[in-house]
Write a protein that binds this ligand. Structure first.
Ligand SMILES: [Zn+2]
Length: 204
């Protein structure tokens, strides 16, 4: 699975889970329902039903979606789709939420930045052999690859310190594992018309 950089971390997480769904579920390259199945796989992997029902029990608003996004590292749009899939909101309410996201320009750039996660394994192996201060010239020599290339490859993997901090930018730093807890979400503040509870409101 090859991914190109540039997309927000939350989108990348979903894309990886979607592609993983194809790998797990689909042997052939054809089929009409395959995209939907891969999306369902990604949804259940990243946003398990039981936990989502708990998280969304307090109502679904832009504010609550932003809070849940911060905890689960998945875009507000994908969370709204998940809520629809679980029949927590109707298709009409989904369109209303999407229009709201759109009117804020959030369909292209959502609030709550999710930092791109970096895998650790490969760098850890290299550190065992070369030490934490990696000599890229020596590594490049050993691998018969240019030092700048191996440096880029290694740096796309997390250091020990990077691996231990949260995936949420701008917020309080939290330990990995505590970021993605299955606990209760605090009730989102409802302080503007945009954040009205659409599960009880009637959009025109
Ligand atoms: Zn696909």
């Amino acid at each position: 699975m090859v991914l190109f950089g540039g997309a927000p971390g939350d989108r990348v997480r979903f894309s990886i889970a979607h592609e993983l769904g194809h790998l797990v579920l689909h042997q052939s390259l054809h089929g009409t329902s395959m995209e939907h199945e891969a999306n369902l796989f990604a949804q259940e992997l990243l946003l398990p039903e039981a936990a989502m029902r708990r998280e969304m029990a307090g109502g679904i608003t832009l504010a609550s979606l932003a809070t849940i996004k911060q905890r689960w590292g998945v875009s507000m749009a994908a969370l709204a789709m998940r809520a629809t899939e679980l029949n927590l909101i109707s298709k009409r309410q989904l369109s209303y939420l999407m229009a709201k996201l759109n009117s804020h320009g959030w369909r292209t750039q959502e609030p709550v930045e999710i930092i791109m996660e970096k895998p650790r394994g490969l760098r850890k192996m290299i550190e065992v052999l070369y030490g934490e201060q990696i000599d890229y010239h020596r590594l490049g020599n050993d691998l018969r690859m240019p030092p700048h290339f191996v440096k880029r490859l290694v740096e796309s993997h997390a250091t020990k310190a990077e691996f231990n901090v949260a995936t949420v930018a701008g917020g309080t730093k939290r330990e990995r594992g505590r970021t993605l807890t299955f606990g209760r979400v605090p009730t989102a503040e409802k302080n503007s018309a945009d954040e009205a509870d659409i599960t009880s409101a009637h959009p025109s």
